[in-house]
Design a protein around this ligand. Sequence first.
Ligand code: FES
Ligand code: FES
Length: 175
Amino acid sequence: MTTDTFTADPSVVTLPASQPITLTINGVSRQFNLAPWTTLLDALREYANLMGTKKGCDHGQCGSCTVLVDGKRINSCLTLAIMQEGKAITTIEGLAEDGTLHPLQQAFIDHDAFQCGYCTPGQICSAVGMMNEGKVRTVADVKELMSGNICRCGAYPHIVDAICDVMQLPDPQTP
Ligand code: FES
Ligand code: FES
């Protein structure tokens, strides 16, 4: 009987099952041990216990996972957590300050801009990111630039109302 011996090929790189990652989420630096292929979305929901960010399609098509990274909106299902080290990640849980809702959060309530609410965190984070981009001039711009966020309930008119209210654009319902 012979015994095979296995010799590791030093030219072959093996990925670690997990590795330490530090993420700054809503102003707090947090440490994780994550597989390098963990998406930012899964890191937030499964490991940071921040369930506000929603998983819809998990394919970059619905916008429900939208968060802000250094103030820019991003589909968190399409980026790896490890790619966001050193950046400022803001989720829906981080928008309120000192117990006061972000103006867009308040406007969504005031305008009844949700039904089931599943898409709402992504809609609000996306709207904040859109405002940071500074490209909106008209109500049509709002509709176009928010088109990456899908609402299964069809709450779009009230979502647009809420955003226009905060951006002080003309009432979209006014002919
Ligand atoms: S869950 Fe990320 S875009 Fe749909
Ligand atoms: S409010 Fe239900 S998906 Fe938008």
